[in-house]
Design a protein around this ligand. Structure first.
Ligand SMILES: O=C(O)[C@@H](O)[C@@H](O)[C@H](O)[C@H](O)CO
Length: 358
């Protein structure tokens, strides 16, 4: 288990690399060029500058999250090949800089979706919250306002340029159902995977969050059957997954321990976090502690340990605790606590293997 921490870049995050350096066990920074418009090539010089800065703190820069996929590719527009070619160039440039894993998603229009960014919890902290009835009745514009007004810093996947084109995009997606979206993903994968494979890069697709359709938009990376379909599209070692316990696990039908058992070997990157799911379909993000949420985080780590998992792992969304003012879900403190929990579990399972000697 190679522990990493997501960081949004200088002047784009309330957390600094100096802070992250003080969390035990963190080996690498999960990074991206967040200022790049979606679809543009990430140039060698700008990649170099970013990774040199991160590496000067002693962190590796093996994992990029995300290189976002241009909407034209997901929609299957006429100009998609232009963006696919640019994506390939970015893959090549990242591989030259030593990157090993690129996380991406194939969700139409929105990235992760929540109805409240700072929902109060009983312990006095706040956390991201998804209220099903609200999403079922809200207009997308209202939701966009909730998400974008929650932070002065732009949230990936919710870029203002894209949000300005929202009606146009909804119109365009009227002709794209699940089957069509799969077909568009297949074209994208068949184009980029040979390039990624030649470069030794794993393309780790992130599950849809939440893993069901919202606002009538198709969502296809939702559970084990999606993984099987992805595998059937290409058996390239570069066709890989980001296992995200909190995204896929928000649907209680997805047993994340089983998912880890079956797919950890195809997941070079894992996001580990917990959510508490309510009977009405709402869910709230909790601490990583297994007993606080609905996901068996302990069982997932046990499974990863059994498999001697060497992939990259990061704690994911934390609560906002101790008065921290931060990006929604991306504070320092609760994610640092999450890491300590993951490391504690891991070390205990390791010690068990060697009869108590760790
Ligand atoms: O929930 C989050 O914050 C992340 O896990 C996603 O935004 C993730 O970075 C993207 O979906 C990957 O493309």
């Amino acid at each position: 288990m190679n522990i990493t921490f997501r960081w949004y870049g200088k002047d784009n995050d309330t957390v600094t690399l100096e802070h992250i350096k003080q969390i035990p066990g963190v080996k690498g920074i999960v990074w991206a060029l967040h200022q790049k418009p979606v679809g543009e090539v990430w140039e060698k010089e700008e990649i170099k500058e970013e990774i040199e800065y991160i590496q000067s703190f002693g962190f590796h820069t093996d994992v990029v999250e995300s290189v976002n996929v241009h909407e034209s590719i997901k929609l299957g527009n006429e100009d998609r090949m232009i963006y696919i070619e640019k994506y390939k160039e970015t893959i090549r440039n990242l591989s030259e800089a030593g990157v090993k894993v690129i996380c991406y998603n194939f969700m139409p229009i929105f990235d992760w979706t929540r109805t409240e960014m700072f929902h109060p919890l009983d312990d006095g902290s706040t956390a991201l919250f998804y209220e099903k009835a609200k999403v079922d009745t809200l207009e997308p514009q209202d939701l966009i306002r909730t998400v974008t007004e929650a932070s002065d810093l732009t949230l990936p996947g919710w870029e203002p340029e894209k949000m300005d084109r929202i009606s146009e995009l909804f119109e365009a997606y009227k002709t794209v159902d699940e089957e069509q979206l799969w077909a568009n993903l297949e074209i994208f994968l068949k184009e980029i995977l040979p390039v990624a494979e030649a470069c030794g890069i794993k393309m780790a697709i992130h599950p849809d969050d939440p893993p069901w359709s919202i606002f009538g938009l198709p969502r296809i990376i939702t559970g084990e059957s999606s993984y099987e379909k992805l595998i059937s599209i290409s058996d390239s070692p570069s066709n890989a997954f980001t296992m995200c316990t909190g995204s896929m696990g928000a649907n209680p039908e997805n047993d994340m321990v089983q998912v880890a058992k079956k797919y950890a070997n195809r997941s070079p990157f894992s996001h580990i976090r917990n959510v508490k799911i309510y009977e009405n379909g709402d869910f709230v993000e909790t601490s990583h502690h297994t007993q606080d949420g609905s996901i068996n985080i302990q069982g997932v780590v046990e499974e990863l340990n059994k498999q001697n998992y060497t992939g990259y792992v990061r704690p994911d969304h934390g609560r906002h605790i101790w008065g921290e003012d931060c990006r929604p879900g991306y504070g320092l403190y609760d994610r640092a606590l999450g890491i300590m929990y993951l490391l504690g579990l891991w070390d205990a399972y390791e010690a068990g293997k060697s009869g108590g000697k760790s």
